[in-house]
Design a protein around this ligand. Structure first.
Ligand code: FES
Length: 92
């Protein structure tokens, strides 16, 4: 998929500010590049292992809504990209 985002949304997470790098395919890739540890398993929206809380901002699922269960305000970084600046909370 061609990424047409021109901006670099900022990601606030665990006291760090990470710029969303357009080379990253997903939010999970971007967090990994920034050494932010996120649990994951399938990396494809099925298992829900990567679930984090979206505290602020908006994300988009380029391949459509994922199948894994997510609660209110939770997102799956393995298959989403940020649309605006976002803040995340990662529960250990
Ligand atoms: S790693 Fe499985 S849903 Fe994200």
């Amino acid at each position: 998929m061609i990424n047409t985002l021109k901006l670099q949304p900022k990601i606030n997470v665990q006291g760090k500010v990470v710029l969303y790098n357009n080379k990253a395919q997903t939010l999970l890739d971007c967090l990994e590049l920034a050494d932010v540890e996120v649990h994951y398993h399938c990396r494809d929206g099925f298992c829900g292992a990567c679930r984090v809380t979206l505290v602020e901002g908006q994300i988009h699922y380029p391949a459509g809504e994922p199948l894994a269960y997510v609660g209110d305000n939770e997102i799956l970084p393995c298959c989403c990209v940020p649309v605006t600046d976002i803040s995340l909370r990662i529960d250990e």
